[in-house]
Design a protein around this ligand. Sequence first.
Ligand SMILES: NC(=O)c1ccc[n+]([C@@H]2O[C@H](COP(=O)([O-])OP(=O)(O)OC[C@H]3O[C@@H](n4cnc5c(N)ncnc54)[C@H](OP(=O)(O)O)[C@@H]3O)[C@@H](O)[C@H]2O)c1
Length: 228
Amino acid sequence: MAKETLLLTIGVLGGTGKEGKGLAYRWAKAGYQVLIGSRYSEKAVTAASEIMELLEGESSVVGTTNQEAAGQANIVVVTVPYSGHRELLENVREALNGKLVIDTTVPLVPPKVSKVQMPPAGSAAQEAKEILGENVEVVAAFQNVSYEYLLGDEDIACDVLVTGSSKKARQEALTLVEAAGLVGWDAGPIENSVVVEGLTSVLININKQYGSTHAGIKITGAQKPSGS
Ligand SMILES: NC(=O)c1ccc[n+]([C@@H]2O[C@H](COP(=O)([O-])OP(=O)(O)OC[C@H]3O[C@@H](n4cnc5c(N)ncnc54)[C@H](OP(=O)(O)O)[C@@H]3O)[C@@H](O)[C@H]2O)c1
């Protein structure tokens, strides 16, 4: 990986949780500097030291507030439940100006989490774009990967569909998908996020019907050019 890529700092907002901690672990392992963000800085410091313990190396994972992580990072990843999505984005909006935001949020509405229920904007990613404005690129990714895979070192047999507000933004996000050890696909414009986010409810339904805990998806019939 190019040296300048590894110098990028990734801020994971809500990185104290299940999905965020797993992604932070994988990116730190790949050599990125990672900031774990939280509403409570002590909680973030604890999560960061837990990840550092797992890594047993010279990786850089630092815990701080969501505000600081959003301000200091080059790329910001949102990993909070949908119930806190809008408030978080409104709180860090200024700090995200000009940055790439990767949104992992699935707009689940408990208790009916196996039923697709999209917000008026069309999807959580489109809602994020509406809140953050023109100067912020928003990409949706990782909605279909269970956190249970991410904190391990095994290959993950589940693909990642990446939708977003520009091709350049999707390409940047795809680099991070690959760095996390997953296969990613450019799945088109941000309007397509409804499918990617909605697919999570379909997978939850499959888990319920078939007694699994982490059903995922794999793209067939298409081949990626080597090196992408
Ligand atoms: N879990 C999965 O397997 C999975 C898979 C794909 C996508 N996702 C998506 O990833 C996102 C996070 O899922 P998760 O399972 O990691 O969630 P989680 O563990 O329940 O929560 C993640 C973090 O979000 C913060 N948070 C909770 N409520 C909040 C609120 N009202 N406002 C602001 N921050 C809040 C908390 O951090 P602090 O208390 O430290 O602030 C918490 O540690 C969700 O949108 C989910 O749909 C999850």
